[in-house]
Design a protein around this ligand. Structure first.
Ligand SMILES: [Zn+2]
Length: 237
């Protein structure tokens, strides 16, 4: 009853805390999540597959990503995509390069169980905000892989062998930017990038909502400085 009345008034329960809000998440949860925003992205934007993470995979942000995936809140994916887009825009990384966004795909069995691919929702929110072309089927996951959490580095690599194949809708003249929800060891990202590069596509890097870090290295910024201050100028390749 309360839920339907709230929804009639344009309000719904915040997926993170349950309080009613006219926004996707309430202001309090938004503030908590933004405390985990990465301040020094230039630390990650380097190497053969540069990473652009929005936040640290810790506490509130970790819980919100789990809420999105396991408690059926796809709307959080679009919201994270918009936050990533704003940070990306303000970072001025590769601002002149033509880009196309490719989400890390789920295997169709997992897609059927979950009902959505969180990486695709994030990528879609990112593309809509920045008016960039989206390639939802650019990569196909052809093999169901085990959950990576329990596996060693070598097991992770073996697990991902031939996991992806080239899909459709990719544009050769554009730089491809991969998109995922979480980046931990980078094994998945490198495996996906290899398939694209072997097929002659240019891969710029990967954007993710969160990057995993040892606990002691991540501290909430609480009163986060502005996003502009958090991203120093990084040159495009
Ligand atoms: Zn909330």
């Amino acid at each position: 009853m309360w839920r339907s009345l709230a929804s009639f008034l344009g309000q719904q329960p915040c997926p993170c805390c349950g309080r009613v809000t006219p926004q996707t998440i309430c202001r309090d949860c938004e503030r908590r999540l933004k405390a985990w925003e990465v301040r020094q992205r230039q630390r990650y934007w380097r190497g053969s597959l540069p990473l652009f993470p929005w936040g640290y995979y810790q506490q509130d942000l970790k819980r919100a990503i789990a809420t999105m995936k396991y408690n059926n809140h796809p709307e959080l994916g679009s919201l994270f995509g918009q936050w990533l887009a704003l940070s990306w825009f303000e970072s001025r990384i590769a601002q002149r390069l033509p880009l196309q966004i490719v989400p890390i795909p789920l295997h169709r069995d997992k897609l059927q169980t979950r009902g959505f691919n969180q990486a695709a929702l994030i990528a879609e929110g990112f593309c809509r905000a920045l008016e960039l072309p989206f390639a939802p089927e650019g990569l196909i996951r052809q093999r169901a892989t085990q959950s990576m959490f329990q596996l060693s580095m070598r097991e992770r690599q073996a697990n991902l062998e031939n996991a992806f194949r080239l899909g459709q809708g990719l544009q050769r003249q554009r730089w491809l930017l991969l998109c995922d929800d979480i980046y931990t060891t980078g094994t998945t990202a490198r495996s996906a990038a290899r398939v694209l590069r072997d097929a002659g596509y240019k891969v710029l890097g990967i954007i993710t909502v969160a990057v995993g870090l040892p606990d002691q290295l991540a501290e909430p910024t609480v009163k986060a400085t502005s996003i502009r201050d958090s991203v120093h100028s990084t040159t495009a390749p």
